[in-house]
Design a protein around this ligand. Sequence first.
Ligand SMILES: [Zn+2]
Length: 128
Amino acid sequence: MGVLAYCPTCFRLVPATERICLACGTDSGALSSREFAAKLRAALGHPRGEVRLRACEILGQRGECAAVHDLLALARRETDTFVAAAAVTAVGQLAPEIAVTALEPFLAPETPGRVRSAALRAIESLRR
Ligand SMILES: [Zn+2]
């Protein structure tokens, strides 16, 4: 197995050497990095939770700082706690300077446990 990349349309893992996604036929070579980032941000509103989750993770890994406010908004409205936790984690990765303040509200007792733990981990890793 060689290097893997994400398809910018369906967010499945595909070999980085494949320009055309085997699952959905998207030509990733035709997209600029900026278009890819825009697609990722749009995917935060995707109806499938696993796509929203993956978009959070990739935005965090790619260092797409412009997505921080989208991620925070998602974390606040998201009902799937796996997705909300991924959004919180990505905020910690992307915006250390605002993350502690932005993530503190997620430490409230009414926040679902998984999301609260993700916020706590993000804040603690920044304070280290
Ligand atoms: Zn695809």
